[in-house]
Design a protein. Structure first.
Length: 328
């Protein structure tokens, strides 16, 4: 009996040592093959949800070596995605469709991450609803891009497209200056310029949140401003690492929404946004979310339909198909 007890004790100790030696990867106990990859994002709303991951020393998994790039120029990021230097990135939603075509279906959309950051601002004009824009002149920075397409689409849905004069300004910052000076009475601007202007000028007020207008006039689609994309071949070769990263990114987004003061401070420190004050004001306006792209493909497809109708080049010349959407 004594020999049996000793044998059982040895077995139990061996099992204990094995269990203690296993790594808890939070993914059903599966070990991740060591992998290195690069994640790219942009300053401004596109990168706000990634703030927790961008902090120095943040580790998702000990077997994942992740290099982060925070860039100011969208063209620089897209070039790195096309070349394969960046395997995961957050980009404007229409740029995800453009990259899908440019890479010959080499990237996929994994998640939708902001649902709006466009606003109608006024300096002296009384605008309570989109129909009030009839007979008005509005200034837009973003010709040939989402601000123009979204605005024109909503004006058309409201039945006033022919009654509104549009003047384009080349830069968001230039339009912000014109608005504060009273040289433009009505303007469409994105965050963080909305918060910058309203914090600096008491005369400028937010009249319309175009996300809310979109949901009212086009409830079967969404004003998707940014997406997270993955390199298709990388995701196929490293599914556990991709899933780990997506989970961590979702956690970072939840952190931003539930710890806005702290997140705003970190955004300023990391230079995602110019100041903590602006970041704190901008966070709720950007509708930062984590939505599975495949689960929301119908709404995103309809958004791409809107862009394609105005200009096929806005989505890269052709609409994304089913393979555009990443699935685990």
């Amino acid at each position: 009996m004594k020999k049996i007890c000793i044998a059982l004790l040895v077995v139990l100790l061996a099992v204990s040592f094995v269990a203690c030696g296993q790594t808890d990867n939070g993914g059903g106990g599966e070990e991740i093959t060591p992998v290195s990859f690069t994640v790219g994002t942009l300053k401004g709303p596109t990168g706000m949800g990634m703030v927790q991951l961008l902090e120095e020393g943040h580790v998702i998994d000990e077997n994942m070596n992740v290099d982060y790039l925070l860039l100011a120029a969208p063209d620089e990021l897209t070039a790195k995605v096309i070349s394969g230097e960046v395997q995961i990135a957050t980009v404007p939603a229409n740029m995800a469709a453009i990259l899908y075509n440019k890479t010959e279906q080499g990237i996929q959309a994994a998640s939708i991450n902001t649902l709006g950051n466009l606003f109608v601002l006024t300096n002296g004009a009384d605008i309570q609803k989109i129909e009030d824009l009839a007979g008005q002149k509005i200034y837009i920075s973003g010709q040939g891009a989402t601000p123009e397409y979204a605005t024109r689409y909503l004006l058309d849905k409201a039945g006033i497209a022919d009654d509104v004069e549009i003047e384009f300004i080349s830069e968001h910052s230039e339009l912000a200056t014109l608005l504060m000076a009273g040289e433009a009475q009505i303007a469409v601007l994105p965050e963080p310029f909305v918060s910058t202007v309203t914090l600096k000028s008491e005369e400028v007020t937010v009249a319309l949140n175009l996300k809310e207008v979109w949901e009212e006039l086009s409830p079967d689609s969404m004003l998707a401003m940014t997406c997270l994309i993955v390199n298709k071949e990388f995701a196929k070769a490293n599914p556990e690492a991709v899933e780990k990263f997506l989970k961590a990114y979702e956690g970072s987004i939840n952190y931003v929404n539930t710890n806005q003061d702290e997140a705003a401070q970190k955004m300023a420190e990391l230079e995602i946004i110019g100041s903590a004050e602006i970041a704190k004001s901008a966070i709720p306006n950007c509708a930062i979310v984590y939505l599975d792209a495949h689960e929301n493909k119908d709404a995103l497809d309809k958004y791409f339909d809107v862009l394609f109708e105005f200009n096929p080049a806005a989505v890269g010349g052709s609409l994304p198909d089913e393979a555009f959407y990443y699935q685990k």
